[in-house]
Ligand binder design. Sequence first.
Ligand code: HAM
Length: 448
Amino acid sequence: MSENKKPEKITHVKGMNDILPAEAPLWELFENTVHSVLKSYGFQKIVTPIVEDTALFKRAIGAVTDIVEKEMYSFTDAMNGDALTLRPEGTAGVVRSVIEHNLAYDGPKRVWYKGPMFRHEKMQAGRYRQFFQVGAEAIGFAGPDIDAEMIMLCRRLWDDLGLENIRLELNSIGDAPERHRHRADLIAYFEAHIDQLDLEAKNRLHANPLRILDTKNPAMQELVNNAPKLLDYLEAESIAHFDGVRRILDHNNIPYTVNPRLVRGLDYYNRTVFEWVTDQLGAQGTVCAGGRYDPLIESFGGKSTPAVGFAMGIERLIMLMKSAGEMADPGVCDVYMVHQGAAAQMQAFVLAERIRDAGLDVVLHCAAASGPGSFKNQMKKADGSGAAFAVILGDDEIANATAVVKAMREVDKDKQQASVPFDEVVDYLVDQIVGGHDHDHDHVHYHH
Ligand code: HAM
């Protein structure tokens, strides 16, 4: 390296974002809320790898889909030549795992997952190349009841998060024979209007004509609006299933609109499909989406097992929470330990551990690049930490085996300073912080 050349900075991969500490409390609030809602419906957590065989996604999602055609982060494992892919979504991996471990053969299972997904998409606000999903899959359930239940779970989550203006769009895309008949008519219809199709639509005409209905091209809207509607092709069983979902939603006052053009961008769906949509995020308004995928497990060599699921985009929901003015507890500590001198530092470590044993959160002052910091500097840090109390140790305190405990947040804080023997510091703090407050949490935390 030449001597006066500064090393080049390496920045993040485009579309893959850092979630910084200032954002973390809102993410935690979201995660805690979604965990407790999932638990209240009996869902259990499942964790599958981020990397899977490329073939898994090709087969599950479908070869002629945006995701498989142009968005997958696929690579060859240089060690053994395996064709691998960073998961673009969670359902395929969960289904693989369920089959591999015979999870759903002794009765239906409700599972959920969360984590990063990867799609090489065109970037936009609300559309990233690494994004986080929380997803849920109910495997082994055949009736419309579970479809409705999963939709109601989402509704409860929006309510618990304080999010308004998320509306439900619902459709049924029927079963394969119904879709085949519709598909044949759809191709004939588009062929009769071939001059009105754009290039993308022409390319999809025979491979995946249903996806033409999803076009964003304004010039094609009228053509698409007048195209044969899949809903008109449904037969008795599919209609009964869809009616069953709607009856439960109606009975529970869950509003929705039936959108006959809702077809979803992944191939594994049948019958019920749905999307939760908001107008507050511009073009990327879908915050959660899912549906039934009865044939998928059998198509992977498993025993025929019906299933339904959904996934939500966490970044989009966090944006909604922000615009709803949602605030989260910034996660302040209870105690900041201030110390001056080598003996005081040693004692500070011992006391901090004891205070943590009692369930309180402690930040122990540690040396910065500029040095250990003056008393004044450390007190400033204590103030900025949001701690309720500073515990202060210097030479005098070591000599007397006492600590100065200073209230940082009380109204009359100047008056609240006490010299407390080392042995009593823990009890004193617990009494000050927890005493008089109702704490039903096992982890004690003092909120201002
Ligand atoms: P999906 O519609 O591809 O479905 O994605 C679900 C949600 O993930 C979207 O509604 C959106 O909120 C979020 N999302 C998708 N792509 C991005 C992106 N590039 N940037 C930010 N957020 C994004 C699935 O993934 C299915 N696995 C859902 C499912 C589960 N169906 C049945 N079970």
